[in-house]
Ligand binder design. Sequence first.
Ligand code: ADE
Length: 422
Amino acid sequence: MTISIKGDVKDISLAPRGKDRIEWAAKDMPVLRLIRERFEKEQPLKGVRMAGCLHITTETANLAITLKAGGADLVLCASNPLSTQDDVAAALVSVYGIPTYAIKGEDDQTYYNHINAVLDHKPEMTMDDGCDLVSTIHTTRKDLIDGIIGGMEETTTGVIRLHSMENQKVLRFPVLAVNDSDTKHMFDNRYGTGQSTLDAIIRSTNVLLAGRTVVVLGYGWCGRGVASRAHGHGANVIVCEVDPTRALEAVMDGYRVMPGVEAAALGDIFISVTGDLHVIDQAMMERMKEGALIANSGHFNDEINIPALEKLAVSKRRVRDFVDEYTYADGRHIHLLAEGRLVNLSAAEGHPASVMDMSFANQALGSEYMLNHAKELEPKVYTLPAEMDKEIARLKLHAMGVKIDTLTPAQEKYLNSWESGT
Ligand code: ADE
């Protein structure tokens, strides 16, 4: 049965394809499936109005179906103008009855109209990927604050913004930093970003990575993942990092480490994953070789100084889907992927379902936890309880058929004692 529900999507007739792809992703999300089965019985989110500002992908659809199964009254919008999978948005609206406001390629005005459309739902709980819902609520939709129990945040950039709000004492409700669970950032940020970023670069350019020099800017969890996967493809990897400990780690992981301007003349492919502004700046772009590729896999598109690139170029043309070729006055061609937007979700499908299974298990259990504990929480940023994080790891191992040892009582006692020494 198909139902017609509110939303703003590109083309509702894409829904059957979206449904098939959502079901395909579901096969690789066993932890979320277990949560959904429990939610269906227990209805822990019954009647709770929720607004999600997330990348509208097959994996997010499975999270949304899980929350709805738990009784949530959920609406969704995109958390990036280029990351929406239009067939998924169509299926969410017409097959699963979840109002969704998301169109791939929407302009900034539409992006914010969509955010405001989900806020018109008067959410009691928010779910963000990048903090755009929470920041909009705290600036132009303050009337909603009193009705909000709390929220969840998916990504590093969003958590950084939330900490800044907390430090400035402007945050008005508690938010769970889902990103900070081990079962999120150690897997999604590292293996998810590592694979999906290279997937997007390869899909959009068909470039061979073996033998190429790949410059990775940023050596957090995402940078570590991108560097290790590029190395696995046979690329020569250079890491640029401002944090001395992380830079040292990159050196000891076997990479060359140097400032961005030095790497600029050596690299064939540049990938920024820092979460900061103008990490690939004019000075780097001036030194790049003929044919260089530039991609960003951080949350916002300001990691690359695109206005500077526009100024350096005498002309620009689209040479393939998601590839813009900028021509300099001296004839060099520099290629910007996905308009500098996060390349893995714009030019590919984002992280694979298997890794989003854990991230979204954290989101689903996090929303239940927030509902049950919000009264005890202050308007601050919190992490999920460590035991919940471990349980998600246990369930994932179980689903993968991996068994592990457990401590003997003697070992537990030993670990909790201090008396015995040399
Ligand atoms: N972030 C990165 N990959 C994603 C995906 N596949 N779905 C939702 N959010 C994501």
